[in-house]
Ligand binder design. Sequence first.
Ligand code: SF4
Length: 420
Amino acid sequence: MANYYIWTIGCQMNKAESERLGSYLEQLGYQATATAEAADLVVLNSCVVRQHAENRVINKLNALKSLKGLHPNLTLAVTGCLVNSEVDHLSKNFPHVDYFFKPGDYPQWLEKPKSGQVLPQHPSPSTFVPIIQGCDNFCSYCIVPYRRGRERSRPVEEIVSEVKQLVHRGVKEVTLLGQNVDSYGHDLPDKPDLADLLYELNALDGLARIRFLTNHPKDMSSKLIEAIAKLDKVCEQISLPVQSGDDDILKAMGRGYTVEHYRQLITEIRSKIPGVALSTDVIVGFPSESDQQFQQTVSLLSELRFDTVHVAAYSPRPGTIAAREYENNIPPAEKRERLNKIEQLQERIAGEINAQLLGKAVEVLVEGRKGDKWQGRTRSGKLVFFNSNSDCLGQIVKILIEKTSPWALQGKAKILASIK
Ligand code: SF4
C-alpha cells in the first residue's frame, strides 16, 4: 500500500482542501503517514499571500529536493496559491516537482475514486466546508483572485447534502468557507445568498453550530445580520476585515468602503446580535501609509475593540495592482514597529474582553486534546482548556471559567454530560 503526506500552509481554505485531498487519496488506497520521509506521494499545499509564507514554501520545496534525491520513486506534487497559469515556468524553477495542480483541484494524473467521495471519513467535530471558490474583488494588494480565479459558488443542495453526511459522521459544527462569503450564490441560477443557505443548514438535525468566514464590509447585508441574530445554530462570531482605518489607504487598497461605512456596519451588528465576537484583519505599512494614517487605524481599533485582530505587514505580491502601481516605500523596521504597536494594543483589549468571562459558565464544543487537557471553543470562538478524565470529544459541555488571558480561557467542567 502506498503512503501519502500533505504539507499545508496558509488559510482555512487550504486546510479544508488538504483534508479533502487526503480523503480522495485514501479512496484510492493511499494511507496517511506522519512524515514526508515515509511517503510515496508528497503534496505541498502552498500559500503565497505574503512574502513570509512564500519563503516557507520555497524552503520546504528545496528541502524536498534532497529527499527526492534519496528516494527517486517519490512523487512530489504542488498545489495551492503558488500554482499559477505558467506551469512551464514553475517546472523550470522546480524541476524536481513531478506535478503542479491548481488550488481546489484533485491530482489529475491519478484515476478518480469510484465513489467520487472527497469528504473526510473521520472528520473532526468541527469541520470546514468550502461554499464559494475564488474572488472577484481584486483588492490592490491581493494575489488570491489571480491564483484562485473568479467566484464559483457551490449549489445549496450540494452543500446541504454534504453537511448531512458530515453530521452522520459525527460532525457537530461546520465553518462555511469562502474568500468572500457575502458573494455566495450570485452566480447560481436562483441567486440564493448566504442567509438563505444558513436557513437551510439551521434546519438540519444533529448539527449544533454554524460559522462562516470571511465577510466583506462592502457586501455584508442587513438580511444576513438578521439571519445570524435569528438562527439558533448560527454562532455569534463574525470575521470582518477592515484592513485600514484611513479612507485614502482603503481607496488605494481598492476595498470599496469607507471607515464610516465600516463603523455603521459594526454598530448594526452589535445592536442586532448581543454578545457577538468580532475579529478583523489589518495591513500595516501599505505604500505611502503616513504616521497619521497609521494612527487612524490604531484609533479605530481602540474605538471598536475587537475580540481578535490579525495584523500583517504589507508585502508586495508580483502581478497585483499595488505591486505594479505603488512603491513599497515604508521601511521594514517601521512596518515592524507599527505591527508591534497594534499587537500590544490588541493584547490589552483582548485581555480585558476575555476577563469579563471570569467566573461565568460557557458552552464549549470539545475538538480534541492538547497535552493533558481537553480543548474546544465557545459559540463566540474563544479557545477553552479544561481537565476531565471523561471522553469529551465531540460533546458540548458547560465549563466554568477560572482563568483568562488575551488568547485563551481555562476552566473546569460544570456538567460533563453532553448538553446537545
Ligand atoms: S476580498 Fe480582497 S483581500 Fe479578500 S481574497 Fe478577495 S481580493 Fe483578496
